[in-house]
Design a protein around this ligand. Structure first.
Ligand code: DAH
Length: 341
C-alpha cells in the first residue's frame, strides 16, 4: 500500500521535473519532493509504522525513489544549462577574431597635411580664415572690383547682401595682412589650407566644393626667384626629386607679374600621357608677386616691402598623387573608394 503510494508520488514528481520550464520551477519541484521539507520525509516517517518485516524493503524503496528523483533532477538541470547557454551566452573561443577596421584620413586631408608639413619645414606658419566671407576680402581687397571680368570666372554662392562663400583662399592673404602689427621689418610667411566654393557643374575635374592652399611671403627683399625656389622645393618634396617646376606668365588681378606654375607630370615623368594631355606638364597653381596696390591698401608700403603669393588646388594635386581619375569621388564618401588610401 505504502509502496504503491510512493510509486505514484515518484511518477507524479518525475512528470513535474520533465515539465519544469526553467531552473526555478525545477528547484521548487526538488524542494517539495526530496528535500528535508519534501514529501519524501512523510514516507521515511511511515517506515516506523510498518510491520517489522516490511520495514527494510520499504526503506530501500524510499531511498531508491530519492536517488531516481535526484538523477532525473540533475539530468534535467544539465540540459537546461546547455539550452540557456546555447541560446545567448555561449562563447566559442575557437572562432577566429573579428579584425577591427582602422580609421584613416581622407586622401585630400592626407595631401593637405603633407603640403602643410613641407611648408612648415620651410618656416611657414599655418593660418586659418573664414569660409563665409564678404565681397571685400574675397574680391575688392584683391583688386577684383565689382566690374572685373575675373569675378565671372569664379561663379559665386551668395548668402545675403555682400556675404558669400569664399571662392578661393586668397582672402586669407588680406586677413593676415590686416592682423599684422605694422612696425619695422615686416615678415610674413604663412600658408592657409581650406575649403572653397564655386557654382561649378561637377565633372571629372570640377566640384562645387574644393580645397585650396594659399601661400604668402612678404618681406623687405623677397623676389620672384625666392618664389621659384620655394615652389620648386615644394614640388620636389611632394612629388619626388626628379620633378621640375615651370613658370609661365598668367594674369591674376592681385599679383604682378603673375604666373601659372606647372610641374613635370608625376604620372608619366614628362613623356606625355592622358593626365598631362601629352604635354608632359600639369598645372598645379597660380602665383606671382603681390600687387603693390594690394600691399599699400593694407598699410604695407610697397616701396619697402614686396613678396609673393600662390594658391593651389588640393584635389588636383591629390588626384595626381594617388592617380585618381575623377575628383567627384573625393566627395561621394563611398567607402570602397576611401578605404584604398
Ligand atoms: N586664387 C586664385 C584662384 O583661385 C589662385 C591664385 C593665383 C592664388 C595667384 C594666388 C596667386 O595667391 O598669387 O584661382
Amino acid at each position: 500500500m505504502a509502496t504503491e503510494e510512493l510509486q505514484a508520488k515518484v511518477n507524479e514528481t518525475l512528470a513535474s521535473i520533465a515539465n519544469a520550464k526553467d531552473e526555478k520551477a525545477l528547484r521548487t519541484v526538488l524542494s517539495q519532493s526530496i528535500s528535508a521539507k519534501g514529501w519524501i520525509n512523510d514516507f521515511l516517517k511511515k517506515i516506523r509504522e510498518l510491520p517489522k518485516e516490511e520495514r527494510k524493503d520499504f526503506g530501500q524503496a524510499v531511498n531508491e525513489a530519492k536517488k531516481t528523483l535526484q538523477r532525473a533532477y540533475d539530468e534535467r538541470l544539465g540540459k537546461m544549462d546547455k539550452l540557456a547557454v546555447s541560446d545567448k551566452e555561449y562563447l566559442d573561443l575557437t572562432l577566429s577574431g573579428a579584425v577591427p577596421t582602422f580609421g584613416r584620413f581622407h586622401p585630400t586631408t592626407q595631401a593637405l597635411r603633407r603640403i602643410c608639413e613641407i611648408f612648415v619645414a620651410m618656416g611657414f606658419e599655418v593660418v586659418d580664415g573664414p569660409e563665409i566671407e564678404d565681397e571685400y576680402h574675397n574680391f575688392d581687397a584683391l583688386n577684383i572690383s565689382s566690374d572685373h571680368p575675373a569675378r565671372d570666372d569664379m561663379d559665386t554662392f551668395f548668402i545675403h547682401g555682400d556675404i558669400i562663400l569664399r571662392t578661393h583662399t586668397s582672402p586669407v592673404q588680406i586677413r593676415t595682412m590686416e592682423r599684422l602689427e605694422k612696425g619695422e621689418n615686416i615678415l610674413i610667411r604663412v600658408i592657409s589650407p581650406g575649403v572653397t566654393y564655386r557654382r561649378d557643374r561637377p565633372d571629372r575635374t570640377h566640384t562645387p566644393v574644393f580645397s585650396q592652399v594659399e601661400g604668402l611671403m612678404i618681406g623687405r627683399s623677397i623676389t620672384f626667384s625666392h618664389m621659384a625656389g620655394v615652389l620648386q622645393s615644394f614640388a620636389r618634396e611632394f612629388f619626388g626629386p626628379d620633378i621640375n617646376l615651370r613658370l609661365r606668365p598668367d594674369f591674376f588681378p592681385f599679383v604682378e607679374p603673375g604666373a601659372e606654375a606647372a610641374v613635370t607630370c608625376p604620372i608619366c615623368g614628362g613623356s606625355g600621357c592622358p593626365t598631362c594631355k601629352k604635354t608632359g606638364w600639369v598645372e598645379i597653381m597660380g602665383c606671382g608677386m603681390v600687387h603693390p596696390e594690394v600691399l599699400d591698401k593694407q598699410g604695407i608700403p610697397s616701396d619697402k616691402y614686396q613678396g609673393f603669393a600662390f594658391g593651389m588646388g588640393v584635389e588636383r594635386i591629390t588626384q595626381m598623387l594617388f592617380q585618381v581619375e575623377d575628383s567627384r569621388w573625393f566627395f561621394e564618401n563611398d567607402y570602397r573608394f576611401l578605404r584604398q588610401f
